[in-house]
Design a binder for this molecule. Structure first.
Ligand SMILES: [Zn+2]
Length: 238
C-alpha cells in the first residue's frame, strides 16, 4: 500500500511538476476587430445617373489610414455553402474572388491561399450564416482582425447571409445578369475580399461600378472584376 502511495505521489509530481516549472506561455496576441457591413442597394440609390461603362472612377479608401498584412500567403478556409449551391462550386467562386485581388497586387506572388487540409492553420474563414431577412438585413459582414502590437492585419472572417438567396450567374459587365433574384457568390466575395486586403468602402455615386462600392444588388456580377479605384487601392497598400 505504502509502495503504491509513493508511486502515485511520484506519478503526480511527474504530471504536475514539469508544468509548474515550465516557462509561462506567450500571452495571446491582442486583436482588435473592425467590421464592415455590406448592405443591399437602397431602392433610391441617390442623385445622378449611373456611371459610364466600363468604370473610370479611381476612388479608394484605406482602413485606419493604411493597415495591411505583413506575412504571406494569407491562408483561409471555406466552411460551408449556401442553399442550392454545392460546397465545391461555392469554394471555387470564393477562390476566384480572392485570386482576383491576388492578381491585381504586383508585389506579392501569392497573397491568398485557400486551404482544404484540416491540419493547416488558417488566418481567415468564409462561411454562410444567418444574418436575418428584414429590409435592412445585410448581404454580408466582414471582420478584419488587427494586431494591437504590430498594427497589421492578422486575421479575417467573412460571413455571408444564409437567409438570402445565392446563385452563380454568367458574367454581365456593368449590368444585371438574367435569372432569379439571388446574390452572385463571386460578386459579393470579391467585395468582401477587398476589405480583407485592407480597403474600406467607396461611398460616392461615381464609384458605383467599383468592387468596393458600399452597396450591392441581386443578379449583380460586375464587382467580380476590379475597377481602376480598386486596383489603385491595393497597389497603393502593397
Ligand atoms: Zn463592404
Amino acid at each position: 500500500m505504502r509502495k503504491l502511495l509513493a508511486l502515485l505521489t511520484l506519478l503526480a509530481f511527474a504530471l504536475v511538476g514539469p508544468a509548474a516549472v515550465a516557462a509561462p506561455p506567450d500571452p495571446p496576441e491582442e486583436i482588435e476587430w473592425v467590421r464592415f457591413v455590406h448592405y443591399r442597394r437602397p431602392i433610391h440609390p441617390g442623385i445622378g445617373p449611373e456611371p459610364a461603362c466600363p468604370p473610370t472612377a479611381t476612388d479608394f479608401a484605406f482602413i485606419r489610414g493604411g493597415i495591411r498584412w505583413q506575412s504571406f500567403p494569407v491562408r483561409y478556409r471555406v466552411l460551408n455553402a449556401p442553399g442550392g449551391v454545392s460546397l465545391g462550386d461555392a469554394a471555387a467562386q470564393v477562390e476566384a474572388a480572392f485570386e482576383t485581388w491576388d492578381a491585381a497586387d504586383d508585389v506579392t506572388a501569392n497573397f491568398f491561399q485557400r486551404e482544404t487540409n484540416a491540419g493547416v492553420a488558417v488566418q481567415g474563414t468564409v462561411r454562410w450564416d444567418s444574418l436575418g431577412t428584414g429590409p435592412t438585413a445585410p448581404i454580408a459582414v466582414t471582420g478584419v482582425g488587427i494586431s494591437r502590437g504590430s498594427k497589421s492585419i492578422v486575421a479575417f472572417e467573412v460571413i455571408l447571409n444564409s437567409d438570402l438567396s445565392w446563385a452563380i450567374f454568367p458574367f454581365a459587365e456593368c449590368a444585371l445578369a438574367a435569372g432569379p433574384n439571388a446574390f452572385d457568390v463571386q460578386n459579393i466575395v470579391a467585395h468582401e475580399a477587398g476589405h480583407v486586403v485592407g480597403l474600406d468602402h467607396v461611398k460616392n455615386r461615381e464609384g458605383a461600378l467599383l468592387t468596393l462600392y458600399q452597396y450591392s444588388q441581386v443578379r449583380e456580377t460586375y464587382k467580380r472584376t476590379l475597377g481602376p479605384g480598386d486596383v489603385a487601392g491595393i497597389r497603393a497598400l502593397y
